[in-house]
Design a protein around this ligand. Structure first.
Ligand SMILES: [Zn+2]
Length: 66
């Protein structure tokens, strides 16, 4: 048995169409331990996803892009 803390991370892909059916939008939601991120597109962005996960775990992440 592991003594590591469990964290449940869920990516939910979605697609939606406008009322006319002429436009399509899509993205990926991200939920961490039951808390869903505000942006419905966050799951498509690695840096934003990592930041959100770490924040939910109590960290103050500093994300550097080089
Ligand atoms: Zn449309």
């Amino acid at each position: 048995m592991s003594d590591k803390k469990e964290v449940v991370i869920t990516f939910t892909a979605w697609t939606s169409h406008c009322a006319d059916g002429c436009c399509t939008d899509y993205g990926t939601e991200l939920t961490v331990n039951g808390i869903k991120a505000e942006s419905p597109y966050i799951g498509d962005n690695v840096a934003q996803s990592i930041e959100f996960v770490l924040q939910q775990l109590g960290y103050a992440p500093i994300i550097n892009k080089e």
